[in-house]
Design a protein around this ligand. Structure first.
Ligand SMILES: Cc1ncc(COP(=O)(O)O)c(C=O)c1O
Length: 400
């Protein structure tokens, strides 16, 4: 008889975190490994934000805050939404959590029950389906093809909606593909949603600021104000401000839902650290010019990685609009044999081969719900990326 609850049988630990941990383990054992699995920028948190945290500590801002988030931070978030997304929210419509992941968890836990379906376009961020499963909901995975640049098409969305659909989750720019929907593409999807008033929308905008070549970011409630009353807009400090370890995410939506999400949070973490919240006020109210410099570095790396991967035999890589990931297809090496005679029949085996043969840690596509692909995070030093891509080229060339 096990102590472990049966709900644990429905979910798995995050495969992306598992890859990062495995790469660290091998590195610690002295193996020459380049980890391309991490979903976090390699840049440091900007100094003015760190100074904001230090000041908060000195000023004794060290006590509990409101569960929903300190009022100063919620006000800064409302100002951010108005300034950057033309969205009007009041502080009671905002929830601050321990990272964007907790906001999503809270929203799903507060709204989904047995029989409810959640449409999740694939490839998806690994946590969406597992959170839905924990809530006893049913993830409805909608495969979005590479031919459509991994973007959900309006007719595909229409076909996936049933009377049991509770949510559809959008993530643009996307983890794991970096694909981002233009305003026009979003409008075609919101037109469908306007015809289905029982469906709620979760717009995960956490990579909002990481876009290239003048791509203009848009979010659902902005593109279609008619959906404002049934949209939760999610964002956070982790990616844009290189603050993954600070654990600050936020959600905006109708008061009734936000209140329910606060009840869930009040019985788990209460709130994220008061120091992180103070630093987030400084981040949101402060300058954003560092973003352009960082994006210029990311873009160079993206171009390098895409070009080098496309020179690897059997690999086909699209140029994404944003985030810091590429999602190359590896169909061309499926069913080839490794030099020691192993058949590569899945992307999981391809990823294992890259790690064993060349010390390259990538995350296999199956983890994101669309095979045969793998994800590379290019939030890593340019020289390492160059080395890594050369190793992938070599690994592919060695296949028979
Ligand atoms: C698409 C997406 N949403 C949400 C998150 C959650 O971010 P965090 O909880 O670190 O703020 C991540 C992190 O990898 C992500 O990629």
């Amino acid at each position: 008889m096990t102590i472990i609850a049966s709900r644990l049988e429905r979910i798995a630990p995050s495969p992306t975190m598992a890859v990062t941990a495995r790469a660290r383990e091998l590195q610690a054992a002295g193996v020459d490994v380049i980890g391309l699995g991490a979903g976090e920028p390699d840049f440091d948190t900007p100094d003015h934000i760190k100074e904001g945290a230090a000041k908060a500590i000195k000023d004794g801002y060290t006590k509990y805050t409101d569960v929903q988030g300190a009022i100063e931070l919620r006000e800064a978030i409302c100002t951010k939404f108005e300034r950057e997304n033309s969205l009007n929210y009041t502080p009671d419509q905002i929830q601050v959590a321990c990272g964007g992941k907790q906001n999503i968890y809270n929203a799903i836990m507060a709204s989904v029950e047995k029989g409810d379906e959640v449409i999740i376009p694939a490839p998806y961020w690994v946590s969406y389906p597992d959170i839905v499963l924990l809530a006893e909901g049913t993830p409805v995975v909608l495969a979005c093809s590479a031919e459509n640049h991994f973007k959900m098409q309006p007719h595909e969305l229409e076909a996936a909606i049933t009377p049991n659909t509770k949510w559809v989750i959008f993530n643009s720019p996307s983890n794991p593909t970096g694909a981002a929907y233009s305003k026009r593409e979003l409008k075609a999807l919101t037109d469908i949603l306007m015809c289905h008033p029982h469906v709620w929308v979760m717009s995960d905008d956490i990579y909002e600021h990481i876009v290239y070549e003048g791509f203009e970011f848009s979010t659902i409630a902005q593109v279609e104000p008619g959906l404002y009353q049934r949209t939760v807009t999610l964002n956070g400090l982790s990616k844009s401000f290189s603050m993954t370890g600070w654990r600050v995410g936020y959600a905006a939506g109708p008061v009734e839902l936000i209140k329910a999400m606060n009840i869930i949070q009040s019985q788990s973490t209460s709130h994220t650290s008061s120091i992180s919240q103070a630093a987030s006020v400084v981040a949101l109210n402060g300058p954003l010019d560092f973003l352009a410099q960082r994006n210029a570095v990311f873009k160079k790396r993206r171009d390098l990685v895409v070009s080098m991967l496309n020179q690897a035999s059997g690999i086909d890589c699209l140029v994404p609009e944003g985030a810091f990931y590429v999602y190359p297809q590896c169909q061309g090496i499926i069913d080839k044999k490794t030099p020691d005679g192993k058949n590569l029949s899945t992307d999981e085996e391809v990823a294992a081969y890259f790690l064993d043969a060349e010390g390259i840690a990538v995350v296999f596509g199956k983890a994101f719900g669309l095979s045969p692909f793998f994800r590379i995070s290019y939030a890593t030093a340019t020289e390492l990326l160059e080395d890594a891509c050369q190793r992938i080229q070599r690994a592919c060339a060695a296949l028979i």
